[in-house]
Design a protein around this ligand. Structure first.
Ligand code: UDX
Length: 448
């Protein structure tokens, strides 16, 4: 099938590449000439495992094209995706300016009947606005061309997006027109083998499904972080509690890891956007607000543990803290809403020095914070420890999982570790002669 995708960001590029890979003929459009030139020369603007060879192979095979020319792109696809960003505006609502700009472009340049598909995460009711924007442009041209607007949310995880796209656990199609549903089913048929993963529903339910999925996952994390905070105070170990509840299939093992809070481009933004949607429709989002509030607090928890250990914020002045992990999760260089950003800000505010290491995100950290006297970026994990008083672990990268605790004891002047992802066993650390603080590990508070 012929497909046009507006937006070569994360979602647009991964989706376009995967659709081309199963044999569809795909044109990706972007307003950014440099990005399009890069893609046409094999330069992939994001780091995502497995994506680069796929882009190159499908581009070379003539199934994946990149252009800034909207009229040409509109002459290509029978299905046109909108996959542009929806950044939060001042009150946390999703800003639709890019989505509606694309809708107007579609209306200006469409020449034949189309299915327009919203892939961006958009508030419930956006499909109606997209439909109105396209219709207004058609009317202005005096054109009368039939089109349908459908919703088809993505469920891609950073670091695993190609796999999520090629092997989806569900494909949500929100559309009321049977022909549009049929077309989208045909488009996704290559991804729908062995058993049926396609769930067809009305447009608004599809729009809400995306927010519900992310809010549910975020709620699980905030719930566990709250249990962790209780565990810490009552002298229990949340890691034991986690193992004690995960085997119940109604609860499940996924997304019950307590830690230094969730970050990234989706959870924080989508939880807030869903809360605003609720309010705009007269529903008080009590739970969603709590999910967000717990996460905000949790991002400051590691620092609270430091203050507790040192007996006051003043004692942190002049200390040097090694920070392992800056990205919001492993296997990405993405620092959006990363917990490390709060920790660094709090440490600097307290007058501490930071020696930070991350396997991928040093460049991003430099871009965000620039050169500062109180920040040293280190290429290696052990380099970050040199001259440090304490160690804080913020992202659970694999290479941080089993450090040499004997060396840590010799290197860290204050012999203390603040483990924001519960990577270590408190006994192992304490046996090595190092004080240990994890998330929700009440026993270490008792001993500490
Ligand atoms: C998420 C969703 O998983 C994906 O389906 C959606 O399409 C986009 O948002 P992503 O933001 O890439 O994907 O990251 P994810 O792996 O879900 O992690 C999000 C954050 O939650 C990370 O900061 C991670 O450290 C944190 N997290 C995750 C926890 O603190 N505990 C957990 O148990 C799981």
């Amino acid at each position: 099938m012929h497909v046009t995708i507006f937006g070569t960001g994360y979602v647009g590029l991964v989706t376009g590449t995967c659709l081309a890979d199963v044999g569809h003929d795909v044109i990706c459009v972007d307003v950014d000439q440099a990005k399009v030139d890069g893609l046409n020369n094999g330069v992939i603007p994001i780091y995502e495992p497995g994506l680069e060879p796929m882009v190159k192979a499908n581009h070379a095979a003539g199934r994946l094209h990149f252009t800034t020319d909207a009229p040409v792109a509109m002459g290509h696809g029978d299905i046109v995706f909108i996959a542009v960003g929806t950044p939060p505006d001042e009150d946390g609502s999703a800003d639709l300016k890019y989505v509606l700009e694309v809708a107007r472009t579609i209306g200006r340049h469409m020449t034949r009947p189309l299915v327009v598909v919203d892939k961006s995460t958009v508030p419930v009711g956006t499909a109606d606005k997209v439909r109105e924007a396209i219709a207004a442009e058609l009317a202005a041209r005096g054109a009368d061309i039939a089109f349908e607007v459908a919703s088809n949310p993505e469920f891609l995880k950073e670091g695993d997006a190609v796999n999520d796209c090629m092997r989806p656990d569900r494909i949500v199609i929100g559309a009321s027109d049977p022909d549009a549903v049929e077309k989208l089913k045909r488009l996704y048929a290559p991804f729908n083998r062995n058993h049926d993963r396609i769930v067809v529903m009305d447009v608004r339910s599809a729009e809400l499904t995306k927010y519900a999925a992310n809010a549910m996952l975020a709620a699980k994390i905030s719930f566990m972080n709250e249990i962790a905070n209780i565990a810490e105070q009552v002298g229990a170990d949340v890691e034991m509690v986690r193992q004690g509840i995960g085997s119940d299939p109604r609860i499940g093992w996924h997304f019950i890891y307590p830690g230094a809070g969730y970050g990234g481009s989706c959870f924080p933004k989508d939880v807030q956007a869903l809360a605003r949607i609720a309010q705009q429709h007269g529903v008080e989002p009590r739970l969603l607000d709590a999910v967000e509030a717990v996460n905000y607090h949790q991002k400051g928890h590691l620092f609270e543990l430091m203050v507790r250990h040192y007996g006051g914020v003043e004692a942190l002045r002049g200390k040097t803290v090694a920070v392992w992990g800056l990205a919001f999760k492993p296997n990405t260089d993405d620092m959006r809403e990363a917990s490390s950003r709060r920790l660094l800000a709090q440490l600097w505010e307290a007058g501490a020095m930071v020696r930070a290491h991350d396997p991928e995100a040093l460049g991003e950290t430099r871009r965000i914070f620039g050169e500062r006297d109180d920040l040293v970026l280190c290429e290696g994990a052990s380099e970050a420890l040199a001259g440090a008083d304490a160690l804080a672990v913020v992202t659970e990268w694999k290479p941080f999982r089993s450090p040499d605790f004997e060396r840590l004891r010799q290197t860290l002047a204050d012999r203390v570790i603040f483990d924001g992802r519960n990577l270590y066993h408190p006994d192992e650390v304490e046996t090595a002669g190092i004080a240990y603080y994890g998330i929700g590990r009440g026993r270490s508070v008792r001993n500490g």
